[in-house]
Design a protein around this ligand. Structure first.
Ligand code: SF4
Ligand code: SF4
Length: 143
């Protein structure tokens, strides 16, 4: 069976095409974003990092019950709060959270809510946030 050679171009045409491509792209606006110094626009409806207002949480466990993939577990936190006599508060595992917002929607006191914050990198091998960590700004959380 006869094997066809791939089409051969005239020498230099390939090089000229390459030069044209480089020239064309050198006139374009760069698309690289110098993150973290520069940040791209975040859409209004984007949500990720969950926060918790410890003083508003009444320990009803509704957020734990409604979480579809068990990313929330109630933890005991010994702190004075007349609204939360059982002293139980939710923690959140961001490793499994699907950002469905069920916890935010069911919370009767608006204690737990999602925000625009998405920079949650950690050096420890766990994305579990304790109730205290959920109540702090991200830059105050021990990584
Ligand atoms: S956003 Fe959804 S998946 Fe994430 S903790 Fe809340 S209920 Fe669970
Ligand atoms: S965060 Fe809201 S839903 Fe969850 S235990 Fe506290 S009060 Fe209940």
């Amino acid at each position: 069976m006869e094997v066809k050679e791939p089409g051969r171009k005239i020498p230099l045409v390939g090089s000229l095409e390459g030069i044209m491509t480089v020239f064309k792209h050198s006139l374009m606006k760069p698309v690289t974003v110098q993150y973290p110094e520069e940040k791209e626009y975040t859409p209004d409806r984007f949500r990720f990092r969950i926060f918790l207002k410890l003083d508003d949480c009444v320990g009803c466990t509704l957020c734990e019950q409604v979480c579809p993939n068990k990313s929330i577990k109630m933890e005991t936190v010994k702190r004075e709060n007349p609204r939360n006599k059982r002293m139980i508060y939710p923690d959140v595992n961001f490793g499994t959270c699907t950002v469905c917002r069920n916890c935010e929607e069911i919370c009767p006191t608006d204690a737990i809510y999602l925000t625009h914050v998405f920079e949650t990198s950690r050096t420890k091998n766990s994305f579990l946030y304790s109730p205290e960590e959920l109540s702090k700004p991200e830059d105050e959380v021990v990584k």
